[in-house]
Design a protein around this ligand. Structure first.
Ligand code: NAD
Length: 476
């Protein structure tokens, strides 16, 4: 593919090419064809990145907020300017429709602009003390950050981690997913082009377990920001604990959606169907478990089956495509297994349920109904275009089902009853709750989970503060 860029590691101002390093074949998920070979960092590469990150931090931490803001605003402008080519790269390596990839560019630009403003409002406070004494509380950057970002949002996942670290005055070593490296490199390049010193942000790729063990064992790294599965998050939290490294963990979810009899059911169906097919369901806040009051169950189920069944699935580069392929070969296999297991245990397939063709990694948008609780997919995050629709009797049973799992990332509810809306906001155990909406993210809104969905926030003022520590200074 001619317009897919060549790949490298961005270490201390150098574009490190393959040389005699191991490589990883980056694949277009719409065709299964190899796009390019990615060099994988060895221990010496990681040590150079750590040296640079330590050095970059020593200067960037004292760089005035106005200069940090200038860089972030500049990078945001470049990302908007380059949105068409960035979106194309993201679609080629990840599969999502071009329009979604373009929206990711805008999200990164919006976050960089917000973080730029936020870093100029990192006020400390002065405490009241007797004459001649002084006590102040200051916010300081935590130090060099190791950031591990997954493949589902190849631009936005790296972008939100880079923006927060740069705004806070930290340096950062980013290891984005090996499956989607060019998008991450393009975001880092936009920061360099806007004037970010190259030792402040670096991009490495490698064997994930090797890279994380190496970086987290280093005394240079002071913070880990990870987005990915709960199982990997728990493993990394243990590694981080050995060096008492602070962590932000954005892990899995199992998006419950409560649909009550008094809801605008048509709007709930349209919103849920769009949410479920977005990025082929590979979204940590994707709506997944539809907990529907009996009186509207059939209407909701049939509406979802009709909408999902009519989704145009195809290559993300094709402008008519509404849902692209899944991002890698593991995903259709995993969704196929979830469907087979649920069917065996008594679930009904309302639409979909099959892989599409044998080229690329396509799977039909799928609605399962009457899914028994012992089906694996009722416990594990499907991370695919799979909607589980079950009937329930009344609010208490619906809330109990929503809170049944250890996950607590996003929860949604559809109801026109105002007192019930407030009860649900109180009762749902999640880091983000959407009532009559699935719009739960934005540059100014903190994004986070509870329980097995992780801890710490990204985005919003909280995302920048997550890269900082407080220091109290007392003068007698
Ligand atoms: P995975 O859990 O092995 O990998 C998820 C991400 O973590 C990848 O980007 C991977 O490169 C990274 N990773 C894995 N092991 C690592 C390590 N030891 N150190 C550092 N990074 C590491 O598997 P997967 O097949 O890519 O995804 C499986 C599941 O992960 C999905 O079904 C979904 O539940 C979850 N996931 C969640 C998100 C999210 O946004 N929260 C994103 C991607 C995947």
């Amino acid at each position: 593919m001619t317009d897919y860029p060549s790949l490298y590691l961005a270490i201390d101002g150098e574009q490190v090419a393959v040389g005699d390093r191991r490589t990883f074949a980056v694949v277009n998920p719409a065709s299964g064809d190899t796009l390019a070979e990615l060099p994988l960092a060895d221990a010496a590469d990681l040590d150079r990145a750590l040296d640079a990150a330590g050095r970059g931090f020593r200067t960037w931490r004292y760089t005035p907020a106005a200069e940090r803001a200038r860089v972030l605003h500049g990078a945001a402008a470049l990302i908007r300017e380059r949105a068409d080519s960035l979106a194309r790269i993201a679609t080629m390596e990840q599969g999502k429709p071009l329009a979604e990839a373009r929206m990711e560019c805008m999200a990164v630009a919006g976050w960089f602009d917000f973080a730029a403003g936020e870093c100029q409002r990192l006020y400390g406070r002065e405490l009241v003390r007797p004459v001649g004494q002084r006590s102040v509380v200051r916010w300081e950057p935590v130090g060099p950050v190791a950031a591990f970002a997954p493949w589902n949002f190849p631009l936005a996942n790296p972008g939100r981690k880079l923006g927060a670290a740069v705004a806070a005055g930290c340096s950062i070593i980013l290891k984005s997913a090996e499956e989607t490296p060019a998008s991450a490199l393009a975001i880092v390049q936009a920061l360099y082009d806007a004037g970010l010193p190259t030792d402040v942000a670096q991009a490495v790729f490698g064997v994930p377990d090797e890279v994380s063990r190496h970086l987290l064992a280093s005394p240079v790294i002071r913070k880990l920001s990870f987005t990915g599965s709960t199982v990997v998050g728990k493993h990394l939290a243990k590694l981080a604990a050995d060096n008492m490294i602070r962590t932000t963990m954005e892990l899995g979810g199992h998006g419950p959606v409560l649909v009550f009899g008094d809801a605008d059911v048509d709007k709930a169906v349209a919103t849920a169907a769009a949410g479920k097919t977005r990025n082929a369901g590979q979204v940590c806040v994707s709506p997944t478990r539809f907990i529907v009051e009996e009186s509207v169950f059939e209407r909701f189920r049939d509406g979802m089956a009709e909408r999902l069944g009519a989704t145009r699935v195809g290559d993300g580069l094709d402008k008519d495509t509404q849902m692209g392929p899944m991002a890698n070969a593991r995903r259709p296999d995993a969704i196929g297994k979830f469907v087979a297991d649920a069917k065996d245990k008594g679930a009904r397939v309302e639409t979909g349920g099959e892989r599409i063709g044998n080229q690329g990694f396509f799977f039909q948008p799928t609605v399962l109904s009457e899914v028994p609780l012992d089906a694996e997919v009722m416990h594990e995050e499907p991370f695919g275009p799979l909607a589980l629709v079950n009937p329930y009797a009344g609010e208490d049973a619906m809330i109990a089902e929503a809170n049944r799992l250890n996950y607590g990332l996003a929860a949604y509810a559809w109801t026109s009853d105002a007192p019930r809306q407030r009860r649900l906001a109180d009762a749902l155990e999640a880091g983000m709750v959407g009532i009559n909406t699935h719009m739960i993210a934005g540059p100014d809104a903190p994004f986070q989970g509870v329980q097995w969905s992780g801890h710490g926030s990204e985005d919003g003022p909280e995302g920048v503060k997550a890269c900082m520590v407080v220091k109290a200074v007392h003068e007698g």
